[in-house]
Ligand binder design. Structure first.
Ligand SMILES: [Cu+2]
Length: 316
């Protein structure tokens, strides 16, 4: 497997570094170093962004997304399965990504067997707030302007919301600021939980849907590479959890609503639906844990590792 270089495709930063030959990309300002990533659905989720289909309508950029609510079985460990309710067949749902000021159109089909909806965080009219149930078999269209820039989320808002969210109906909604953010290796981590016996307590916790998935399959990142982590807490029943990064400090952009960091920490506290952008880089290669510091939450599955890979020879 080979190291990759990536240029940002968002915010007009694409193309400057080019993708053609040589090793000079390592020192180019827009090059982002991404180590070899093993095959696997869960590692794919961590760098997966859905930018929809871009259309021009009446001189405006419209970004159209197709979202289907459905069901699927998750294997939580070697013996426990869970009937998830989800968007586009995955928990969390796709990370929807748009630019500030674009028109967002979400064509939502409910094939989930129950009434569901899509409630977006952000600013929009009441009729687009997604609290009205969409019956099984029906389709509805949500349309609004992307504002304000930041890291937001969407989730089903049909009662009881604890059940619909706890079943897996949530995802990230990123609105990039005008001009985008500086190049980085961008990652998504969504903290979630499962109440498998419906006792209003969680028995399993997870990053990106599956307990312990990044504990057992560490996320490769490059030494000395700026990492931009889009982090969301969607754990129901526990009012608050933290996120802790080992052997490092991170810069916090609260709700992604700033272009400069507002805080440096190695533990940040997040209520349900709270989300932040964290930025950091690792100076030393090796394996580093990340997890909520409510240690029972980590011990019940919300635990992962970054594998910091030494940069290729010649890279700084
Ligand atoms: Cu629902």
């Amino acid at each position: 497997m080979k190291w990759q270089r990536r240029s940002l495709l968002l915010g007009g930063l694409a193309g400057a570094a080019g993708l053609a030959g040589g090793t000079a990309w390592l020192t180019r300002p827009t090059a982002v170093r991404v180590p070899p990533v093993p095959q696997g659905a869960s590692l794919a989720l961590v760098r997966d962004f859905d930018q929809g289909i871009l259309k021009q309508e009446n001189g405006r950029n419209v970004r159209e997304f197709q979202i289907t609510a459905g069901t699927s079985v998750l294997q939580l460990n070697s013996v426990v399965t869970f009937n998830s309710w989800n968007f586009n067949g995955r928990v969390p749902g796709p990370t929807l990504r748009v630019q500030a000021g674009e028109r967002v159109r979400v064509i939502f089909q409910n094939q989930g067997g129950h009434s569901h909806s899509m409630h977006f965080h952000g600013i929009h009219r009441a009729e687009m707030d997604g609290v009205r149930p969409v019956r099984n078999g029906k389709t509805t269209v949500y349309e609004f302007d992307a504002e304000p820039y930041g890291i937001h989320l969407y989730h089903c808002h049909v009662a009881p919301v604890t059940r619909h969210v706890g079943k897996g109906l949530y995802g990230l909604f990123i609105i990039d600021p005008p001009g985008g953010r500086p190049p980085a290796d961008e990652l998504v981590l969504v903290m979630g939980a499962y109440d498998v016996n419906e006792d209003q307590q969680n028995e399993f916790y997870a990053f990106n849907g599956l307990p312990n998935v990044y504990r057992d399959q560490p996320i490769p990142i490059a030494q000395n590479q700026l990492i931009r982590l889009y982090l969301l807490n969607m754990i129901e029943w526990d009012p608050v959890v933290t996120f802790h990064l080992h052997a490092n400090m991170f810069q916090v952009y609260p709700t992604g609503r700033t272009l400069t960091p507002q805080l440096e920490a190695d533990v940040i506290t997040m209520g349900t639906a709270e989300r932040h952008i964290l930025e950091f880089s690792y100076r030393f290669p090796g394996m580093y844990m990340f997890h909520p510091h409510q240690d029972h939450v980590a011990e019940q599955g919300c635990m992962g590792h970054f594998m910091v890979m030494p940069s290729p020879a010649g890279a700084s």
